[in-house]
Ligand binder design. Structure first.
Ligand code: GDD
Ligand code: MN
Length: 398
């Protein structure tokens, strides 16, 4: 969705303007600056960005992505005399820092995108370090407050603690070791960002990209997190609440299949208890073994099905007695395949390794493990069809 209301191209690229030199038609770097009531800071920021890239042969464009209620920020940006192409965009779509950055990514034309705050807490002088790392092959670069040489001298103790806790919570989501995943000063290849399945809300669009672009080489450059130049922070308790929601979605996205598998195993264990309990009951009331076995299995199977439908693969979409019945039959099919795999694996091992033939438990366990995985695979992809069972960000399974 393109929610651009007004747009301005000033300091447009020209042959006389070395900073507008293009990489395959576009600039090398698109600097995306989300803004909300930053009329006091945006002018000084733009001037400092220009001073920081002049002479460094970095061809930039700047995208100011503004959600302010008034036009002041955008007007202040356009009033700054700049030799760098600038697009100051007043947005009308869903407001928010992450949303603004995501739109900026869609609008950008550079080979790299670089995101930074407008309030000068991120030193523009560090842009060259980040760009250098990208040029040297980094997949993702971060202006970090926690690597040697960095600092956040004006950060309150509470904010530090908050940031530390927030970083700890997201660690299992990251592919690479990162000291400052909460940073709002970061960059990556534009193509990687555009291709990523971005669905962030709140402040942590950097984390979203860090998780979803799967960077192999992450480089952190030290920055000194400065004091806000003017105005006030927009970070509120509500934004912090959004972080928790954002984390839950990211965990679902990253570990959706694993979470489902663990649930599937729990349901399997419950089904086994139902099966054994029913067996004990039926035998105690005098049923013969074959009949009791039949009825206990026929009880456990629908219990397993319903638990998986309601919990493991919840939101599977199909409703109505006919659709649920058809789903149940597919589930029986998936379980039958699981049983066949279990039987085959145990027997294959029995014949392949004569030395293990007395280790019944081991042979059965190997079969049960393989059978459970096959059962899970067919339940997930056949009985509870993936197109409806798993929303793309995994939010239905987290
Ligand atoms: N477009 C848009 N829409 N921009 C916004 C919005 C919004 O709703 N809310 C905030 N911004 C802009 C601000 O104008 C500023 O340029 C930038 O996003 C950061 O906002 P601040 O309010 O200054 O955030 P902060 O200083 O508390 O937090 C920063 O540092 C954190 C690290 O501690 C941000 O960079 C966070 O992302 C970062 O985690
Ligand atoms: Mn700030």
């Amino acid at each position: 969705m393109n929610s651009t209301l007004t747009e301005d191209l000033s300091g447009a690229a020209s042959a006389a303007n070395p900073h507008a030199a293009s990489t395959r038609g576009g600039p090398e770097v698109s600097i995306i600056v989300p803004t909300y009531n930053e009329s006091g800071s945006i002018g000084p920021l733009l001037r400092r960005i220009e001073a920081a890239v002049v002479g460094k042969a970095i061809a930039c464009e700047i995208l100011v992505m503004d959600d302010s209620p008034s036009a002041e920020t955008v007007e202040a940006a356009r009033a700054a005399p700049l030799s760098i192409p600038l697009r100051a965009i007043r947005r009308s779509g869903a407001r928010g820092l992450s949303e603004a950055v995501m739109e900026g990514i869609r609008e950008a034309r550079g080979r790299f995108v670089l995101v930074m705050d407008a309030d000068l807490q991120h030193p523009p002088e560090s842009i060259a370090d980040l760009v250098r790392a990208l040029r040297e092959g980094a997949d993702f670069v971060i202006g970090s407050r926690h690597v040697p040489g960095a600092g956040a001298p004006r950060f309150s103790a509470l904010r530090r603690l908050n940031s530390w806790g927030a970083s700890l919570l997201c660690r299992p989501l990251l592919h690479a070791r990162v000291t400052d995943p909460m940073s709002g000063f970061f960059g990556c290849l534009r193509e990687a960002a555009v291709a990523a399945d971005l669905r962030a809300t709140g402040y942590k669009i950097g984390l979203e990209l860090l998780v979803k672009t799967h960077p192999v080489r992450v480089v952190e450059a030290p920055i000194t997190f400065g004091a806000r130049h003017a105005g006030a922070s927009k970070m509120t308790l509500r934004e912090q609440g959004k972080y928790v929601q954002h984390l839950a979605r990211l965990y679902g996205w990253r570990y959706g299949a694993l979470t489902q598998f663990l649930r599937f195993c729990c349901v399997g264990a419950c089904g086994m208890l139902v099966d054994l309990g029913m067996m004990a009951l039926l035998v105690s009331i005098g049923l013969r073994f074959p009949a009791a076995r039949t009825w206990s299995i026929l009880t456990a199977l629908p219990v397993n099905f319903l638990l998986n439908r309601r919990w493991t693969f919840r939101g599977c979409g199909s409703a109505g007695i006919g659709a649920v019945g058809a789903q149940f039959l597919r589930f029986v099919g998936a379980c039958s395949i699981g049983l066949l795999v279990s039987w085959s694996v145990s027997n294959a091992l029995y014949w392949a390794f004569p030395a293990w033939q007395s280790a019944y438990a081991l042979l059965c366990a190997a079969g049960i493990g393989a059978g459970t995985m096959a059962n899970f695979h067919f339940s997930r992809n056949y009985a509870f069809a993936p197109s409806t069972a798993h929303p793309p960000d995994g939010s239905g399974s987290a």
